[in-house]
Design a protein around this ligand. Structure first.
Ligand code: CAA
Length: 258
């Protein structure tokens, strides 16, 4: 029996870990990987027992980008029919927080995949980049847009126009990663963070994700109204009552996601 190219693990209560598993191709994203990622993220988004997701690869590579061998001979119509935006959408549309645990290469579509996540934990030797220009194309999984929003026009232009790779330290200084840790600690740290988030009020967690992401694309006034509606909504949850009661009674809260 062949091992699936994407694995699902349960490292802690409330936490799912999705692992890209094509080590022989540096975890290049072929259509099978993309379909399985989309399938897992859709299912985990709907699974009540899952409160936070970790997305990772192996110690050498998070993902080395789109599978160049699979697309080298493709024409425009082939690429249109693959409709990868539909698959990406299920990943970035996941309502639960997703943490990228990045070791090794996060290049091209791999860097774009990390950027669809909400938090990025990177190992000290991780290498990021959008090298598409070197093979005659452009970032096609949101890179030109998400990178610009994350690091600003001038850094994004340099990264996309030169295709040069950059270190986890540089990524951190630009605001592209949330935390840099020793390589051996990446997965452990990401799972611990996911466990921490999984223990918090799930509806509040989901509202934070929704408001931060939707607010980015709106005017400040519209985004502030969205935020206000979200906090008002949370005052009709049991978890808001429980969280505040627990604080006053000096005990740990028991959140139910209700
Ligand atoms: N697609 C297909 N195969 C890939 C791949 C990719 N993106 N990246 C690596 N591989 C394969 C290699 O061809 C090689 O296969 P063989 O053993 O059969 O020769 C195997 O993985 C190991 O790779 P290397 O020997 O090159 O390993 P390395 O450690 O020396 O280098 C690397 C690793 C720097 C990641 C290098 O492989 C590399 O530069 N890969 C391509 C990176 C890239 O250009 N990514 C962007 C892709 S385009 C994209 O992502 C577009 C988009 O957004 C839609």
């Amino acid at each position: 029996m062949t091992t699936p190219v994407v694995l699902l693990e349960r490292p802690a209560d409330g936490v799912a870990l999705v692992r890209i598993n094509r080590p022989e191709a540096r975890n290049a994203l072929n259509m099978e990987v993309r379909r399985l990622l989309a399938q897992h993220l859709t299912e985990l988004g709907e699974d009540e027992a899952t409160r936070c997701i970790v997305l990772t690869g192996n110690e050498k590579s998070f993902a080395a980008g789109a599978d160049i061998k699979e697309m080298a001979g493709a024409g425009t119509v082939d690429m249109m029919l693959r409709n990868t935006l539909k698959l990406w959408r299920t990943i970035y549309g996941c309502p639960k927080p997703v943490i990228a645990a990045v070791n090794g290469f996060a290049l091209g579509g791999g860097c774009e995949l990390a950027m669809t996540c909400d938090i990025i934990v990177a190992g000290e030797s991780a290498r990021f980049g959008q090298p598409e220009v070197k093979i005659g194309i452009i970032p096609g999984g949101g890179g030109t847009q998400r990178l610009t929003r994350a690091v600003g026009k001038y850094k994004a232009m340099k990264i996309c126009l030169t295709g040069d790779l950059f270190s986890a330290k540089e990524a951190s200084e630009m605001g592209l990663v949330s935390e840099v840790v020793p390589d051996a600690e990446v997965e452990k740290r990401a799972v611990a963070m996911a466990q921490q988030i999984a223990g918090l009020a799930p509806l509040a967690v989901q509202q934070i994700k929704e408001v931060v992401l939707a607010g980015q694309d709106a005017s400040l006034e519209t985004a502030l109204r969205l935020e206000t509606k979200a906090i008002l909504l949370l005052f009709s949850t049991l978890d808001q009552k429980e969280g505040m009661a627990a604080f006053i009674e000096k005990r740990n809260p028991k959140f139910q996601g209700k």
